[in-house]
Design a protein around this ligand. Structure first.
Ligand SMILES: [Zn+2]
Length: 452
């Protein structure tokens, strides 16, 4: 039996985002059958009759954005600990209050995150946080795809293998949620735990070829004092740091922690010779510019990663270190920081930023059926309303790519669809009642913050 078909007719569509130079179609048609895209073309060249035809006459369609690194339920701590260095922020503010957080807190915090993501055009989200089951339930309810899994931190969260989460969520319900392993960072996770985690994931992927792949999501080389943090962690835990490891990447390579299913968040303090190590071992990265700037970290060698054919995505990081989950802000900040920091205006042009914010991020997360408008991809599509002063003029279709990166905001996203189903129409979230969630979130967040 054939699935239902929908034809989206829009003024423009951005496609070919799987390449570093996405293209713009005018008078675009996107034909969807069930949960997948079957054709993208100029709509007058399409002879299909669809069950439903949706007109988006002053809109640009594009693949839903992919947030490749975040901590969803940290929405609870938005504005809670600003203007502090990373280690102080973590040790004195974040970890103490997280100890008082309940699974119910995470459920409502993640629900707000999922809504915030959806309303700013994100349809696939990567989270590393406590109580991943609650995050999975929240995102599934709102309708934003989620990659999540149990965090590992020595002394705070012992290593456990998420057999229960895998059987409940991994690739199920139209691929709504996938499960990953989340060792926090080389300065909080022992070499032994990294080994065990990699062994588990390698084994899982070999044994379950028909299931979506699992990945390992970890922070690497975020701040310039990370080797110092690794050395004092090693001393406390009683293991030795290989003598020739001078950087976090060299250390991770020396303990065999880098694999082609590793997604490294940040990857900032990475000299040229270390880029080679990352590329050779097949590591993917997520660049999280706004969080890095706020925590006074430097700029990652993004262009060099792309030149080395690595999979590179963009992420917001948490709503406590950013402080929003709006990927449009992240796109713009990444583009302009890279130019300013490296003193080169031609670095990372807008089309490459769009590639990373869509297909690049999805690939980095191992989610290969997401991130482009083309046949065979999941119909994860957003529409941006161009009837806004800050999105004009449009003298050529290519100008639109610049507008998306440099001028558009999350609130310009009018409609969002995941797996062929509308999750937001005309800025109304269809799956949950926004006002109810906001009220409940506010009450629970204040109760939690008052426990400090
Ligand atoms: Zn992070």
């Amino acid at each position: 039996m054939n699935s239902e078909t929908t034809l989206l007719k829009a003024k423009y569509a951005i496609h070919n985002t799987s390449s570093p130079s996405p293209q713009v179609l005018e008078n675009a048609g996107v034909l969807i059958e069930g949960n997948k895209i079957v054709e993208v073309n100029q709509w007058d060249k399409m002879d299909h009759t669809a069950d439903t035809v949706v007109d988006l006459p002053h809109h640009v369609l594009m693949p839903g954005l992919v947030n490749a690194h975040s901590h969803a339920a940290m929405t609870l701590f938005r504005g809670y600990a600003d203007d502090l260095p990373l280690q102080e922020w973590l040790n004195d503010y974040i970890w103490p209050i997280e100890r008082k957080m309940t699974p119910e807190d995470v459920l409502i915090g993640a629900k707000l995150a999922a809504i915030e993501a959806l309303m700013s055009g994100t349809t696939l989200f990567n989270s590393q946080y406590w109580h991943p089951r609650q995050e999975a339930l929240a995102f599934r309810e709102v309708g934003v795809r989620l990659l999540c899994g149990p965090p590992t931190l020595s002394g705070m969260a012992e290593l456990r293998f998420p057999h229960d989460l895998i059987s409940e969520f991994h690739g199920k319900n139209d691929d709504a949620v996938r499960i990953s392993m989340n060792p926090h960072a080389p300065y909080t996770v022992s070499p032994d735990d990294y080994q065990k985690i990699n062994e588990f994931v390698r084994d899982f992927n070999l044994k379950h070829e028909t299931l979506p792949p699992m990945i390992v999501h970890t922070h690497i080389a975020e701040a310039d004092d990370e080797m110092k943090a690794i050395r004092s962690f090693a001393e406390r835990e009683g293991f030795s740091v290989p003598a020739d490891a001078e950087t976090p990447v060299q250390y991770m390579n020396a303990i065999n922690a880098l694999t082609d299913f590793t997604l490294a968040a940040h990857a900032i303090e990475v000299p040229a010779s270390d880029i080679e190590i990352l590329a050779k071992t097949g590591v993917s990265v997520s660049i999280n510019t706004e969080s890095n700037m706020k925590l006074a970290n430097r700029a990652a060698p993004v262009q060099e990663y792309l030149n080395a054919q690595m999979k590179v995505g963009l992420g917001t990081d948490s709503a406590c270190s950013n402080n929003t989950l709006d990927m449009f802000g992240t796109m713009k900040a990444t583009a302009i920081l890279q130019k300013g920091f490296f003193h080169l205006a031609t670095r990372l042009p807008a089309p490459q930023i769009i590639h990373m914010a869509t297909y690049g991020g999805a690939q980095a997360m191992g989610w290969t059926e997401v991130g482009d408008l083309k046949r065979g991809m999941y119909a994860d599509i957003i529409a941006i309303d161009l009837n806004k002063p800050h999105l004009h003029p449009i003298p050529s279709t290519q100008t639109l790519l610049s507008h998306i990166v440099y001028a558009a905001k999350g609130s310009d996203v009018s409609d969002a669809m995941v797996g062929g189903k509308w999750k937001m129409r005309n800025r109304t979230v269809l799956s949950v009642n926004l006002e109810e969630v906001l009220n409940q979130f506010e009450q629970e967040a204040l109760a939690l913050l008052n426990k400090r």
